[in-house]
Design a protein around this ligand. Structure first.
Ligand code: BG6
Length: 467
């Protein structure tokens, strides 16, 4: 594996600890080498790189160094600097690693670099032959609009066959996200009500407490809509809204996700609220007059028989009061409602909701009303709850990046996103990108601009849950 961006933030937090976990769990190939790469000015030697990886595992990993698992992993780590114009040290390191491994070697190249370095790196991989026969895992954002996404896809395909390109959305690697498919298509009870006849509206909420955490270079080029909505939230929507695939294989799933994206109406700036947390423009590296949004909330609709007229409300932002990944499906009320708000202890005539909490370890709950014991008829709010942690331990599952690294190694495309789907998402985003509303200020530690409530009225956002 050649890991570009090996001393960067993503490698430190997710990729290196994830690779170590796979090794400790016996899920790496029998023989492998991981060659970190990066720009020469901060290039560590082999020993320093191993120390760097060990610190990343200690600080961000979930797997301890017990049972002698560190040394057998560490011997496989090396570092070689490279730039698009000076690739020789990397070529030498790869040649040496492949000689050591012997036999036919499968190369896996991981691009965890800033988006403005994608094209030059991919061209270098083409010119040097390092990309020949290799698989490529590429981090988002895949372009910043339709034209740039198409141009990027052309550059990638000039060096790599499409079936060797793995475009990562790490949300799709999360166990609880994959469980949306199991829940929908493995349970007749729910699939039969999964449509506009029974579902009033859907919410996808991904608030984050963290701010941009020193990522100004990246964030000033992207903003919340590109960083989170196009990249993650729309793909969650794809899993929620797709028709049943003929089979659970990559081609069938991709086809169904893309069909949903084709039916998504263009994003309407009038049904979008952007925000910027107070203090954003004072962050190091941020322009003092930056209008980049750190918050986005929007309503989209899917123009097909299953979903016509059902609003999908999406909300995400940095510097908010909670970190959550919550999907809420709100059901239509019973046709004949015998019970009104006055009959409910809460005073609310609450509709049934199905709630997926996707943050690890994840849960699924269904809210309903039940008769409170007693001589009169009063309804209390109640819920059925499934918590992953009650049934499974963390050791059963892989974290998002672990699962996807493993899938790329074994050649399974199922949980990766596809060029056609991504291009369509940029296409529907065009009206908003052309005419973005001005970001409204919001207080750090809040739920974003109050204006957001307008999007969902007369309903209200699921978060925060009532105490
Ligand atoms: C990344 C975004 O893709 O996802 C980050 O670039 C964001 O800005 C992160 O914080 C959220 O991922 P998770 O899994 O921590 O919710």
């Amino acid at each position: 594996m050649i890991l570009f961006g090996a001393t960067g933030d993503l490698a430190k937090r997710k990729l290196l600890p994830g690779l170590f976990h796979l090794a400790a769990a016996g899920m790496m190939p029998a023989r492998y080498r991981i060659i970190g790469s990066g720009l020469p000015h901060d290039a560590p030697g082999t020993d320093d790189f191993r120390t760097h990886v060990r610190a990343a595992v200690d600080n961000y990993g979930r797997t301890g160094h017990g049972a002698g698992s560190w040394d057998p992993f560490a011997v496989n780590l090396d570092f070689a600097p490279a730039t698009p114009t000076e690739p020789q040290a990397l070529r030498d390191a790869v040649a040496k690693a492949e000689q050591d491994l012997g036999g036919p070697v499968q190369r896996l190249i991981y691009l965890a670099v800033p988006p403005d370095a994608f094209v030059a790196t991919v061209r270098m991989l083409g010119v040097t032959g390092l990309g020949t026969g290799a698989k490529l895992v590429i981090e988002k954002p895949f372009g910043h609009d339709l034209d740039s996404a198409k141009a990027l896809n052309r550059e990638l395909r000039a060096v790599f066959d499409e079936d060797r390109i793995y475009r990562i959305d790490h949300f799709l690697g999360k166990e609880a996200v994959q469980n949306i498919l199991a829940f929908r298509f493995g349970n007749g009870l729910f699939e039969s009500v999964w449509n506009a006849d029974h579902i009033d509206h859907v919410q996808i909420e991904v608030p984050e407490r963290l701010t941009i955490e020193g990522r100004a270079d990246f964030y000033e080029q992207t903003g919340a809509f590109r960083d989170m909505v196009v990249t993650h939230l729309f793909h969650l929507l794809g899993f929620l809204a797709m028709e049943a695939p003929a089979r659970l294989d990559a081609a069938s799933l991709h086809e169904q996700a893309e069909t949903v994206f084709q039916a998504l109406n263009p994003v309407d700036p009038a049904r979008t609220v952007l925000g910027q947390y107070d203090g954003y423009t004072a962050e190091p590296g941020v322009a003092p007059d930056s209008t980049v949004e750190t918050f986005a909330a929007l309503t989209v609709e899917i123009d097909n028989p299953r979903w016509a007229g059902v609003p999908f409300h999406l909300r995400t932002g940095k510097g908010m009061t909670q970190s959550r990944h919550t999907i809420t499906l709100t059901f239509t009320k019973a046709p004949q409602d015998l019970f009104g708000p006055a009959d409910c202890t809460s005073g609310r005539d609450a509709p049934n909701e199905l709630i997926f909490e996707l943050s690890d370890p994840g849960s699924i709950s269904i809210s309903f009303r039940t008769k409170a014991p007693g001589a009169d008829t009063r309804l209390d709010d109640a819920s059925l709850n499934f918590h992953y942690a009650d049934s499974f331990t963390a050791a059963h599952g892989l974290l998002g990046y672990e699962r996807l690294l493993h899938d790329a190694m074994t050649g399974d495309h199922t949980l990766f996103t596809q060029a056609g789907g991504i291009e369509r998402l940029w296409e529907i985003s065009a009206p908003l990108l052309a005419h973005p509303p001005r970001p409204l200020p919001y207080r750090q530690g809040s739920w974003g601009p109050a204006e957001t409530d307008r999007l969902i009225a007369p309903a209200s956002w699921h978060l925060p849950e009532p105490r």
